[in-house]
Ligand binder design. Structure first.
Ligand code: GCB
Length: 611
């Protein structure tokens, strides 16, 4: 049997703050969203493989590391050659899972499965031009993916919420391709996130799978935005793969701003343009103006919709387009309001963000990991400012260099994907991480990396608050990472984990940093339809009361510039086992998982109307 294994350890270049590489690689191109594509969504055959029998031989050696792997390696899609041949698997006789979609919500036998599942999709593919290049794009796979096309290993990707791609020009055939993906969602200590979270670890090919065809020379990455220093100047930078020749120009066309530039460059693969415009309509929640953008390089053409805005802080203010703004937010998990399970569709995004709009929000915290691209694109269109986050959550293996690299890769790919989204204003580094020397080193390095990749947006992290060492009944922020962030965010649960609701009017705040304060979480659990006295836990009345008292309390923080309570909708969490109340759901939603509004929804809505 012939088996061809490629080593993808390759030389990495940096340009425009984007990572790119000289060989088949997993870094995405900017704007795969608007390129033409062939979808590989739909039904995929699958094999559940808890012992990873299709990956390791009986000496526990990985088949894909061997010159001559046995036919029992699942990625080979082996078939018996004759009736005496021994092959102990057959993808084509197995059941199917729908892609995109997590596996846990698709079959009762998989509800709590964590481990390996192999997916297989067969497809034909005819290129529209023989010289074109072909890329295989995954919106996200949770958590570790080994990808094989026609028996060739394309690569391994780690991280459950970030997009990646491989060039498959050399591997794809006009007919009978078999794409096999080994997906492993086992939680691991050194992972990001680690073993312990307060959300369900949905496994699978959770986002869209696309084949994207491009000309040989193509625009890989670009950023088009307002100059940080001059608010009337648009700056645009592009990087090109396989540049087609010395005199090839790149065209940037933004009809709404009368930009129609033919850009030349001394460097073959980098193009830059900037221009003054005195009539730019800035993107804002009130007027989420996005300009139609066309980019052309040789045969490669694409469109985008881009808003222009500035975001900065000044003392305790957050300035959007130079004006102070209060972030009326809500935290959201990526769970489908339609089917349950992981959200992945534009319909999911419209419903989730529609609820946020009806609450009166101008801001959403997309917790606790990068959400799918429909969310950020829809937020751009609806005029919702966005906090994006990576799953550096609670405890992480701070001293492990691979863990650090993993976190850095996740923030890098989400910056690459969303660099042109006006709605994205905050990159969050972490959530409720315990202060220690190794954690500070890790987060400081990650923050410096993020600032270098994207100096235009704000940096934050959901920190924790503490008792003031001197003042009685007073809370303060003493975390050293508070010195690094632009927006001082913290979670607090006074009245829920921290006493009962009455405590809210006893607590004072002593915030010493001259920075905008954002309360990134507060909340209380309530079962929709369960009513009682406002002092009775789990009733809608308790949650309503907690919202009333918390909002009064936090309004006394002088530097308060925003809030994103926990959370829009109830979400699945294996930590939440109280029968008849939780039943494996975290009940802090303002809406139930079915979309029923609890009383506290209206308290927050009223508060936002008053702001
Ligand atoms: C938190 C976490 C969030 C939890 C929430 C809770 O502080 O950041 O992930 O779900 O509390 O409900 O306990």
């Amino acid at each position: 049997m012939f088996y061809f294994y490629q080593n993808y350890g390759c030389l990495v270049l940096f340009f425009l703050g984007f990572a790119s590489s000289l060989c088949a690689q997993s870094h995405i191109h900017t704007n795969n969203y608007h390129r033409e594509y062939t979808s590989l969504n739909g039904s995929w055959h699958y094999i559940i493989d808890p012992y990873e029998n299709g990956y390791y031989n009986y000496r526990y050696e990985a088949f894909d590391q061997q010159e001559q792997p046995w036919a029992s390696a699942f990625f080979l899609n082996s078939k018996p050659k004759d009736k005496s041949d021994l092959i102990e698997y057959d993808f084509d006789k197995m059941d199917v899972l729908e892609v995109p979609g997590d596996w846990n919500s698709q079959s009762p036998k998989l509800e709590y499965y964590e481990g390996t599942i192999w997916y297989k999709k067969s497809f034909d593919y005819k290129k529209s031009d023989a010289s074109n290049r072909v890329f295989l794009y995954f919106g996200a796979i949770n958590y570790k993916a080994e990808v094989y096309l026609n028996g060739n290993k394309l690569g391994t990707h780690i991280g459950g919420f970030t997009p990646f791609q491989y060039e498959i020009t050399e591997h794809v055939k006009p007919s009978e391709n078999h794409l096999i993906v080994k997906v492993d969602n086992k939680r691991i200590k050194e992972g990001v996130p680690t073993l312990n979270t307060d959300w369900w670890n949905y496994g699978g090919i959770t986002r869209d799978v696309k084949i994207i065809e491009t000309p040989e020379a193509l625009v890989k990455n670009y950023v088009i935005q307002l100059s940080k220093e001059k608010k009337n100047t648009i700056v645009a930078k592009f990087s090109v793969s396989n540049p087609s020749g010395d005199d090839q120009k790149l065209r940037l066309h933004i009809p709404g701003l009368a930009i129609n530039a033919e850009i030349s460059s001394e460097k073959l693969n980098e193009f830059e343009w900037s221009g003054y415009r005195d009539h730019i309509q800035y993107w804002s929640p009130e007027n989420p103006k996005r300009y139609h953008v066309e980019i052309q390089y040789g045969e490669d053409k694409m469109i985008d919709s881009i808003g222009f805005r500035s975001i900065e802080t000044n003392g305790s203010k957050i300035l959007l387009n130079g004006e102070s703004i209060f972030l009326k937010g809500i935290s959201i998990h990526e769970e489908s309001p339609i089917r349950g399970g992981r959200a992945y569709s534009i319909e999911d995004a419209k419903i989730l963000l529609g609820h946020a709009k009806s609450l009166g929000c101008n801001f959403v915290r997309l917790a606790h990991y990068p959400h799918n691209e429909h969310m950020i694109r829809t937020a751009d269109r609806l005029g919702l400012l966005v906090w994006e986050e990576i799953p550096v959550y609670w405890t992480i293996d701070w001293d492990n260099p691979n863990t650090y690299q993993n976190a850095e890769d996740q923030i890098a790919s989400i910056i690459s994907r969303d660099i042109n989204r006006a709605s994205a204003i905050i990159w969050s580094m972490a959530n409720e991480t315990p202060n220690s020397k190794s954690r500070n080193k890790f987060l400081n390095k990650l923050a410096a990396f993020t600032k270098q990749k994207d100096p235009t947006r704000l940096l934050s992290a959901a920190l924790e608050q503490k008792d003031d060492p001197v003042l009685e009944n007073t809370r303060t922020i003493s975390d050293p990472f508070a010195d690094v962030v632009d927006v001082l965010s913290f979670n607090q649960y006074i009245g829920w984990y921290d006493g009962t609701v009455e405590k809210c009017n006893k607590i004072k705040w002593n915030i010493t940093q001259d920075k905008p304060v954002l309360i990134s979480e507060f909340g209380a659990g309530a079962k929709y339809g369960f009513h009682g006295d406002k002092t009775e836990r789990w009733t809608e009345e308790y949650q309503e009361y907690l919202y009333q008292e918390t909002l009064k309390m936090i309004d006394q923080v002088d530097q308060l510039r925003g809030v994103s309570p926990w959370i829009l909708m109830d979400f699945k969490s294996p930590r939440r086992v109280l029968p008849k109340i939780q039943d494996n759901y975290n009940r802090k939603g303002l809406l139930s998982e079915k979309g029923e509004k609890k009383k506290a929804f209206y308290v927050l809505q009223k508060y936002y109307q008053s702001k």
